[in-house]
Design a binder for this molecule. Structure first.
Ligand SMILES: Nc1ncnc2c1ncn2[C@@H]1O[C@H](COP(=O)(O)OP(=O)(O)OP(=O)(O)O)[C@@H](O)[C@H]1O
Length: 518
């Protein structure tokens, strides 16, 4: 700047008042000469210096704008989190304040944004009992995965197979072999299930074709497929496997694969090839509970009380098995309606168990899965991240409420006092309006007594004090009693006449109010 000032001072005084001739030519020539003169700054010409100064000023202004914008965005995210779920705020804040916010955290916020009224969940499918409601939910579709050319052959000892086409499910009893005679396919086996090759799965799903997409969740895209032996399968192509080591992946998958229960979706096998990590499940052919509760089913839901009770019981049994029938026990972490799959006979099976552990083995890895799903997460888990099977019981309580009412756990399209299902239901029960909470799409309502008992189970499950929540075994017992009552009622033919009689009005005793509502 000092050099500039000196140059300006050096300008000849007469140039402002040049008379006669062509003054503009003269000034242009003069300006040219003046700008072209050398400065003491590295011998640069004056116009170069001015250019650099202007450029630097522009960069500075842009930088300031960028800083302002990112501050505003961070602030907005925090406000959003606070509005959506106060209990999650602390956790979210920590994440948002990390120096390099990860994609997962952006995903959490994106998901929570999706819960807002501006983007109400679309009915996933047109439902008809005969036809599986399997159209992929459009709002969840992300980029289709790029299918890399399968590696021609695996390196010996890498544990990967490179079979020729047409391989079918293999017997899982034999130990894995990694070597093979020339020309023969390498075959790998595990004790519990099957190792599928990428080629097998591509054939089963027509090359992971778009029309075979059943749906998409936080873990990846799910495809319907048919094996050579006509077995229907569901193939979950895991996204973000985070470069999880092959061995670690297998150990975890094996653990999940050994779990067998009629109310848990069976894991048939997996595929590990190159960057691919896929899980192959039994195909459950009638969509998921979320679709049947919140999809477009018309005026009357096909889900009768009987069916709903069975779904509650089946889910409870699947969960009880994970919690109480296995050593070490498995905490599902993401019990919700879309993880309850249904078959044509309305048998319910819990899916996605164990996946949280499988995909979140790095401690620092925070996903929607660790967070659970908005609306279903137990308060203590949301606020401290501490997790045990009681958090599943809480989510199960929310699920029962959803099944009884047909309402989503969080629904921003509803009036203020009804947005949060748990809070609304507590209020309704406290105001002795329990019978008004039943899903209006249920043609035949349960009797007040039966309804009251089911609600009691739900309320006990969502007890803010985790230690007071019942164990799943106990929940089964309570639900079975309820189911028995319902069947007795039906037999006696009383259910239609005295459904909402004054004596059995679904109200709670004072003690129950105190215990479960407040
Ligand atoms: N074994 C299966 N048989 C039939 N359909 C399945 C099977 N597994 C998953 N699906 C369907 O695929 C869809 C996506 O499932 P996925 O479990 O990946 O996601 P989600 O449960 O919808 O969401 P999230 O990622 O939060 O768990 C669901 O709509 C589910 O109905």
């Amino acid at each position: 700047m000092a050099a500039l000032r000196r140059l300006l001072a050096d300008a000849p005084p007469g140039h402002h008042h040049k008379q006669g001739g062509a003054p503009s030519d003269w000034s242009a020539g003069y300006l040219n000469g003046w700008l072209s003169q050398q400065t003491p700054v590295f011998g640069l010409r004056l116009w170069v210096l001015i250019g650099i100064a202007v450029g630097a000023a522009i960069v500075l202004v842009l930088l300031l704008i960028f800083v302002c914008l990112s501050r505003r965005r961070r602030r907005r995210d925090e406000v959003l989190a606070a509005n959506l779920y106060p209990a999650d705020t602390k956790l979210l804040k920590q994440h948002l304040q990390q120096a390099t916010p990860t994609k997962d955290i952006q995903e959490i916020v994106r998901r929570q944004q999706q819960q807002q009224p501006q983007t109400p969940p679309q009915p996933a499918v047109q439902l008809a009992k005969a036809e599986p409601p399997v159209t992929p939910p459009q709002q969840h579709r992300a980029q289709a995965p790029v299918i890399p050319t399968p590696p021609a052959r695996k390196t010996p000892g890498s544990g990967m197979s490179a079979t020729t086409s047409g391989g079918s499910e293999r017997d899982g009893a034999t130990p894995r072999s990694t070597g093979s005679a020339a020309g023969a396919p390498e075959v790998s086996h595990l004790g519990w299930g099957h190792w599928f090759t990428l080629r097998e799965l591509e054939e089963a799903t027509d090359g992971l074709a778009e029309e075979n997409v059943i749906g998409e969740g936080g873990y990846g895209i799910v495809y319907r497929g048919t094996l050579h032996n006509s077995t229907m399968i569901a193939v979950k192509n895991l996204l973000n496997n985070r470069g999880q080591a092959e061995k670690e992946f297998k150990v975890e998958v094996e653990a999940i694969g050994r779990v067998r229960h009629k109310n848990l979706v069976r894991l048939l096998g997996y595929c590990v090839e190159g960057a691919y990590r896929m899980l192959i499940y039994e195909y459950v052919d009638n969509g998921n509970l979320d679709q049947w509760l919140h999809g477009d089913v018309g005026e009357v839901s096909p889900l009768t009380w009987d069916i709903r009770m069975n779904i509650m019981l089946a889910t409870a049994k699947g969960l009880a098995y994970l919690h109480e029938g296995l050593e070490p026990k498995v905490v599902h972490r993401d019990i919700k309606a879309s993880n309850i799959l249904l078959d044509q006979q309305w048998n319910a099976k819990v899916s996605d168990f164990g996946l949280a552990k499988l995909l979140c083995s790095e401690k620092s890895y925070v996903t929607t899965r660790v967070m659970g799903t908005f609306g279903y997460v137990a308060p203590e888990y949301a606020s401290t991240g501490m997790l045990n099977e009681r958090s599943d019981v809480y989510s199960f309580g929310v699920l029962i409420m959803e099944i009884i009412t047909g309402r989503s756990p969080v629904d921003y399209t509803r009036p203020a006092g009804e947005v949060n299902l748990v809070e609304w239901l507590k209020t309704m029960v406290a105001e002795r309006k329990a019978e008004e909470v039943v899903d209006p799409k249920m043609a035949e309502k349960p009797s007040p007594k039966i309804l009251k008992r089911a609600l009691l189970v739900a309320l006990r499950c969502v007890d803010p004090d985790a230690n007071k929540r019942p164990k799943m075994g106990h929940v089964i017992h309570m639900l079975e009693m309820d189911d028995l009552l319902f069947r007795d009622d039906k037999k006696a033919g009383r259910e239609s006449s005295d459904r909402y009689s004054s004596k059995e009005d679904g109200s709670f005793s004072k003690r129950e109010h105190h215990r479960y509502i407040w």
